[in-house]
Write a protein that binds this ligand. Sequence first.
Ligand code: PEP
Length: 255
Amino acid sequence: MSFGAFKRKSPYIVGNWKMHKNVRESLVYLDNLAPHLAKSQAEVGLAVPFTALIPVIQKVKEMNLPIHIGAQNMSDYPEGAFTGEVSGEMIYDVGATFVILGHSERRHFFKEDDAYVNRKVKRAIKENLDVILCVGETLEARSENKVKVSLEEELKGSLEGLLEDHFQRICIAYEPIWAIGTGRVAKPEEAEQAHIYIRDTIKAMVGPEVSEHTRILYGGSVKPETAAGLLAQPNIDGLLVGGASLSAQSFGSML
Ligand code: PEP
């Protein structure tokens, strides 16, 4: 199952567990999420810690759950002497279908810049993984009216050299940094405006066909109460949910 382009009609809702949940907790979560998945009209994904990938994927297969399982990061190298790293091939090998790249926590805490993210995106596509590429402006950029410039810079840098076909594997997540984990969600119209900038930038990079079909998700303190208002915007094609995805009940209620 590949996501990305040509599937904007159904919303895509992805949970990002970050560094939460051991194996036992992950498996209990799936039991609790299953009834919500059965009723969901959205396409659903979960980005879990590396250590949970194998047991979660096994259980998803056993229970025949309609959900994509992915990782939250990967190396830009295919293999080699890189202690502590995990390659795209390893992620694909255990049955994961996607990877989140360029998350602001990786950009900030681990100093990942656009060039590095770009190498990872290219590597992920080579390894047959779909990519959720995160971009988003700081509070400072927003207050200086530099949202558009900042999004353009991240998009052009992170997607440099990618061709139209590659976009079939790419979803963009607009995640304003001031909204991540802060409880401060962007207003739906504010997010919609940024999604329009992103679509316009993709159009300028690879043309209208691709930009029209690329899914752009919103992420940043989404809660069950705010999900519907965001999804009602024409250019918001889904959600990337951190904190509120940690409880199967709250994530399930968004589906
Ligand atoms: C995220 O980390 O991708 C995210 C959106 O987090 P939160 O929902 O907790 O703001």
